[in-house]
Design a protein around this ligand. Structure first.
Ligand code: UDP
Length: 245
């Protein structure tokens, strides 16, 4: 667990967005994982996912407040959260400004096609070089197609850990591209689902809004977050004891 906190990007959201813009402009390949406590708990139980997260070429950012707070309990200072959904919007903006191309993979057909229309009208200089919904059977075949298109940005919205594993297993085939697993971002950016109101975001309660709106998430959220808190407390206790010796 500590290894993830050591690795997670510590700077501000603004600095990170600038770094991504620079890499996009210079064709520097980047794989970004937007982590919440559930991400880290899945990685603890899934060797391949853990390997993907801890790879030197992977950048992890704190998507949710639980990651910032957990890190703080173990004396790692992460300045603030960098929500994946905001990174996604920034990438559209940068692609528009720099005339770069995007491939979108994930979400239902009506959602991803709606998002493509929104990008085309709001960011006319961004080039959508292709898109595919996330319910096609052979997602590897989609990635084989993406490889031939050489996109500057590849956004994959399939949920964790499928989206990250698919990117990680194909990453070596690409010599440029900003690759991000963006979870439910297409649902929100297409306008089909609403993001938590500002007040919830201000008090770091976006997670609560999502549970209220989608109660089916509760069990998943509760299990992973309770395990996460217990794990961090255990590490903190061990650290405390070691410091006393
Ligand atoms: N999804 C998909 N194919 C699948 C399973 C899920 O395209 O086989 C999409 C789903 O429609 C949604 C996204 O993946 O748009 C996952 O959203 P969720 O909010 O569950 O993401 P997470 O909480 O994992 O970030």
């Amino acid at each position: 667990m500590v290894k993830y906190f050591e690795k997670i990007y510590k700077g501000s959201k603004n600095e990170f967005h600038k770094l991504v813009r620079r890499n996009l402009k210079n064709d520097t390949k980047m794989f970004i994982v937007t982590a919440n406590p559930e991400t880290l708990m899945i990685a603890e139980e899934d060797y391949n996912f853990k390997k993907a997260l801890l790879d030197n070429n992977t950048t992890i950012i704190a998507d949710g407040i639980g990651v910032v707070k957990g890190a703080k309990m173990l004396s790692y200072n992460i300045e603030e959260t960098i929500p994946g959904i905001e990174l996604c919007s920034k990438l559209f903006e940068y692609c528009n400004e720099l005339k770069k191309s995007i491939f979108l993979l994930g979400a239902k057909e009506e959602i991803v096609s709606k998002l493509v229309n929104i990008i085309n009208s709001k960011y006319p200089n961004a080039i959508i070089c292709g898109y595919e919904n996330g319910y096609v059977e052979n997602k590897q075949a989609v990635f084989n197609k993406i490889e031939t298109l050489h996109p500057d940005v590849v956004l994959v919205a399939l949920g964790i850990p499928q989206q990250e594993l698919l990117i990680y297993n194909n990453l070596d085939k690409f010599d440029k591209g900003i690759f991000v697993g963006v979870g439910g971002s297409f649902d929100v950016l297409s306008g089909v689902k609403k993001r938590a109101p500002k007040l919830f975001r201000k008090f770091n309660l976006e997670w609560l809004y999502r549970i209220v709106k989608e109660p089916a998430r509760f069990r998943r959220f509760f299990n992973s977050n309770i395990k996460y808190i217990l794990k961090i407390r255990r590490i903190k206790n061990v650290k405390g004891k070691n410091n006393k010796i």
